[in-house]
Design a protein around this ligand. Sequence first.
Ligand SMILES: [Zn+2]
Length: 91
Amino acid sequence: MHERCPVCGLKFEREQGYFLGAMYLSYALALVTIVVLALILWMATRWSLQKITIWAILLFLPLTPALTLFSRVLWIYLDWAIDPEVPRPQG
Ligand SMILES: [Zn+2]
């Protein structure tokens, strides 16, 4: 991952531990993804819950790096929507 955006120079990690919030997002996204995978598997195979859970997690693992980056991007958007670095005019 780049330290700054190659296009506009935005510093991605604004402060120490900045991406802690992104970890919560990626945890939530991971749960949703695993549940969706499990549902697809269940509809296709009607396996037992235990077997479906194991396979959903196994299928999810290769997606982890993409999900981590995606949640960081989401986090940056969220953070900038709430707390932009540009000082706002008073009043
Ligand atoms: Zn940029």
